[in-house]
Unconditional design. Structure first.
Length: 441
């Protein structure tokens, strides 16, 4: 069984024109289209498969400020408020709740890192609390062990990956926008160098504004227009346990395993940072940009297999707009999880939390996390073609900040004051002049 996902019915007919076309209906694309529709624009959201079917339904569900890069922190804080606002407006339960996040550790270096981040974050107004050994052990009582310390971030929380993107899509419909599933966007058309339309497998839509929120597919799509976006995707493996286990923290992180209570009462299990690097033509082309990141994370990354190469989502080939593209051949990226990593995750979780010993494995799945060289997304409306905006490279942080990214995109396209600064999200930071010059905090 793959990751659970709510199905929604949407339109099937393409309009002839639109004020804006959003390509890719994950959490970022649905949020961008939602805020654009709320602003009164005639917006069309295109999805080659199902709304939310790729990484937006395959993540932990965490919506956090804790341990964010300083460039993302304001967007993270604002996103928590937007999760609440969207829930009220749409009138559906997105599963968002500020349940607090608990971090536990026995590693002095890790604790010092959290403390250092906390000193910075409290200066930015974030409620993050270092825990003494006694406090950490008390909050982590379900582990039946002592802890040297930890962090409690009470205003952070979780949302439901199986419901969020589909229900935000319903919000788009509520505000007069269109959502079309099973319709791949093949490319953009231009006139006088600017966007003039989108070519899809079902026909053309005339528009002067396009938002590309295609996740792992974004780099290949931009390649068709001669734009280089350094992007690499890693395959993360996750499992869920069936409902029936109570008394655990709603969201717990340790070095051995992270455990999150799901909306159905079950639990999601994963090991933070552990993933497989499946080689692709795109990743090989941009490898030099990622060497510092890979060097830092080499202990957590394992060599992968041919799944990504075969799927074609990071191809460097050009495709014709009047023929089938890789997006139509692979409607949903649904890679196989690593059985070895899944088994290790389950074993770690049962050692950490004895209550999970008898819990039944409900499902296991994998997903591709698209990353940038510095782990910070690109949210940019000035990438080389007037009218084309990029919102991708969320680097494993996209679910929690999706509402804020979508709002920021809508700010850019409507000309209103942005909810956060935008310079740190520019694509040109990877041209060699800016990359690496911004400290984490």
């Amino acid at each position: 069984m793959t990751a659970p996902l709510l199905h929604i019915d949407t339109q099937t007919e393409l309009p002839e024109t639109a004020d804006c076309v959003v390509i890719g209906a994950g959490i970022v694309g649905t949020s961008a289209a939602y805020w654009l529709a709320r602003a009164g624009l005639k917006v069309v959201l295109l999805e080659k498969g199902r709304v939310g079917a790729e990484q937006s339904s395959r993540n932990w569900g965490w919506c956090r400020q804790q341990n964010r890069d300083s460039r993302e922190l304001p967007l993270s804080t604002r996103s928590l408020e937007l999760w609440e606002e969207m829930t009220r407006d749409i009138g559906e339960d997105l599963g968002f709740r500020r349940c607090g996040l608990l971090y536990l550790s026995n590693d002095p270096a890790e604790l010092e890192g959290w403390a250092r981040w906390g000193r910075f974050a409290r200066g930015e107004g974030v409620d993050t609390r270092m825990l003494s050994a006694e406090e950490a052990t008390e909050r982590g009582a379900s582990t039946h062990q002592s802890w040297a310390g930890g962090v409690w971030s009470p205003s952070d929380g979780v949302a439901d990956p199986s419901r969020a993107a589909p229900l935000i899509a319903k919000g788009i419909l509520k505000h007069g926008g269109q959502v079309i599933q099973s319709c791949a966007a093949r490319g953009i058309e231009t006139e006088a160098g600017a966007v003039s339309g989108v070519v899809t497998e079902k026909g053309r839509i005339r528009t002067k504004q396009v938002v590309l929120s295609g996740g792992a597919w974004a780099g290949s799509f931009l390649h068709q227009s001669g734009i280089f976006f350094p992007q690499a995707s890693v395959r993360s493996s996750i499992l869920s346990l069936a409902p029936g286990i109570d008394g655990l923290p709603p969201a717990l992180h340790t070095a051995a395993v992270s455990v999150t209570r799901r909306g159905d009462g079950g639990h999601t299990l994963a090991i933070s940072g552990r993933s497989h690097l499946d080689p692709t033509p795109g990743a090989l082309r941009g490898a030099k940009h990622f060497l510092p990141m890979f060097a830092k994370r080499w202990r957590a990354l394992a060599p992968g297999g041919p799944q990504a190469w075969q799927a074609g989502f990071e191809t460097r080939k050009h495709w014709a707009l009047d023929r089938e593209t890789p997006m139509e051949r692979v409607r949903i990226l649904d890679p196989k999880p690593s059985e070895r990593l899944v088994n290790e995750t389950l074993s770690n979780a049962r050692r950490l939390l004895p209550a999970l010993e008898g819990a039944t494995v409900q499902a296991k799945w994998a997903g591709y996390i698209d990353s940038t060289p510095d782990g910070v997304p690109v949210i940019d409306s000035d990438i080389g073609i007037p009218g084309l905006t990029l919102a991708a490279g969320l680097s494993g942080h996209g679910f929690g900040i999706g509402p804020g990214v979508g709002h920021l995109v809508a700010d850019m396209l409507t000309g209103r004051a942005p909810i956060t600064a935008t310079e740190q999200y520019k694509l040109n930071r990877f041209d060699g002049s800016q990359w690496g010059k911004v400290a984490k905090f």
